[in-house]
Design a protein around this ligand. Structure first.
Ligand code: HEC
Length: 128
């Protein structure tokens, strides 16, 4: 029986490896779902023209600030995009669906943080 064999292996009275397998599967599935959502988010980010002011990788541009890596929590992010009345035009649900907005948020979160310039020899040499 699986339980007895596993018990001998881990030196525990009764260890069921099934939960480990399901934990691993859950991690893989949620990672895949996140990646898929970020992928769709990138398409929505481009289709809705966010890149025009915030840059293709959310790095910021002349017009819009950086959005990559650490966007505000979803609720605050959505509230801003829906109701802003400054230099950025507000995006109502009619033109930008909640699903697209959630995926854009996932995309921005998925962008890796750039390395500290001090860890890049060429840049740290120049600044000394
Ligand atoms: C016409 C230029 C323009 C476009 C297009 C645009 N933004 Fe912006 N965005 C801005 C500017 C400028 C700001 C700075 C705040 C302000 O002045 O409104 C800003 C701020 C933001 C902020 C707040 C950032 C912060 O750090 O406070 C978020 C979030 C944001 N934009 C998301 C988006 C998303 C998502 C899209 C696409 C659906 C988008 N923006 C499209 C110009 C733009």
């Amino acid at each position: 029986m699986v339980c007895e064999r596993a018990a001998a292996f881990v030196q525990r009275p009764c260890f069921n490896p099934a939960w480990l397998v399901s934990l691993a599967l859950a991690a893989i599935i949620s990672h895949t779902a996140l990646a898929a959502s970020a992928e769709k988010g990138r398409a929505a980010y481009i289709a809705h023209g966010c890149w025009q002011c915030h840059g293709f990788a959310g790095q910021g541009g002349i017009t819009g600030p950086e959005l990559a890596s650490h966007p505000a929590p979803m609720e605050a992010f959505a509230a801003f995009v829906r109701t802003t009345n400054g230099a950025m035009p507000p995006y109502s649900e009619t033109i930008l669906s909640n699903d697209d907005l959630t995926e854009i948020h996932a995309y921005l979160e998925s962008i890796p943080k750039p390395p500290d310039y001090k860890t890049i020899p060429l840049l740290s040499d120049v600044r000394q």
